[in-house]
Design a protein around this ligand. Sequence first.
Ligand code: TYD
Ligand code: MG
Length: 468
Amino acid sequence: MAKEKTIYICTECGGTSPKWLGKCPHCEAWNTLIESIAESTAGKNRYGSQRQGLAKASEVTLLADIEATDMARTPTGHEELDRVLGGGIVEGGVVLIGGDPGIGKSTLLLQALDSLQHAGLSTLYVTGEESGAQVALRSRRLGLNGSRVLVLAEIQLEKILATLEATRPAIAVIDSIQTVYSDQLTSAPGSVAQVRECAAHLTRYAKASGQSDGAARGRATCIVLVGHVTKDGALAGPRVLEHMVDTVLYFEGDTHSSFRLVRAIKNRFGAVNEIGVFAMTEKGLKGVTNPSAIFLSQHSEPVPGSCVLVTLEGTRPMLVEIQALVDGGGPSPRRLSVGLDRDRLAMLLAVLHRHAGVACMDQDVFVNAVGGVRISEPAADLSVMLAITSSLRGKPLPKGFIAFGEVGLAGEVRPAPRGQERLREAAKLGFSVAVVPKANAPKKSIEGLTIHAVERVEQAMEVVRSLG
Ligand code: TYD
Ligand code: MG
């Protein structure tokens, strides 16, 4: 194939340059030029042609006249994975799955491919990171003997596309998108330009594979892209990857504990913020169907600085322990959080000072969500505050204590969605005391649970003091 001309496009202003420059000649921004393939047909810009590739031009139709056919889903056979996918894989769908190295992406996908292959689907596993022998070794370890999954060890995009054309699998996994490179670009594999270009080509392939062009083409290919995550938790490569694909899943969890969460960040075919919970065993990842209590550490007696939160992940309430350590700091005290937002922590400390008179100005404050979960919902605020106060005072919260609720800058405690469900789950697991926002207090009492409804932060502190 003849090498196409490459140009450099500025990510800030969209200006182009025939060669790489440190500074964009159009908007004078630094380090924004990214290599890209120049479109050979004059007068048609690159994005125009790309859009054409993704969807065939069709006539304008009334919304009401369009038949809303539900996407046919094929369950992967792993209930927890199906839950985050919204029921299973979709024909012609593109899934991006991200996560830290060693968290279990390759393991889970190999297991899923094997189950799908048993269900009679043709599957292809493209590995760019490991050799075929290494993949085989893993599959033996997973007990997938005699697996009929096709394996291709290849990193060149054009060859991968040719193999996809030739084998037409129902599902193909590209492990990982960062190792794939296209001949058309001179940038190194893993660079923004390569990742973007390769992902765009593969997405186009998935979308086009279903469109029948005369001959019956059979099933469209579902493509799963594996992506690495950078140190600060974002998918390496451009955010544009997330826009291109239909579904974005993230693996979370502490590689030192055996539990793993898979979270849907975006899903064009299902609900987002649904999570799947897995445990890493010596035989691969196993779904955990009742995960509500796995993120609690086992203290025989309550310890200072620990507060249990009921968080709602997707449709399932889960209990997560929040730990805080407040310790005498130096002239510039540190605020560190693992699994929780750091800016939010700074805000909570300010509210704590202003409205509850708890000052941590000269203290280091560390906050951690146990088990490597990431908590993004504001309903964690109250537990974080109570854990911090408990650590500062050196006094544990009562046994069987839980709290949740969002805290505002004015010191008000706002309700969390689906409070009743959270409280019922806590009661089921044997928790006996709860501090919750007033609007979340149930009308009927819940057996075994004493509920203290509060409207303000200072009130919550008062309740806790009276309990201790
Ligand atoms: P892997 O799927 O290779 O991670 P990723 O593709 O996300 O980088 O996961 C490898 C880790 O999982 C490795 O540390 C070993 C562990 N593991 C098990 O504990 N049990 C198993 O059966 C397998 C296959 C891996
Ligand atoms: Mg891997």
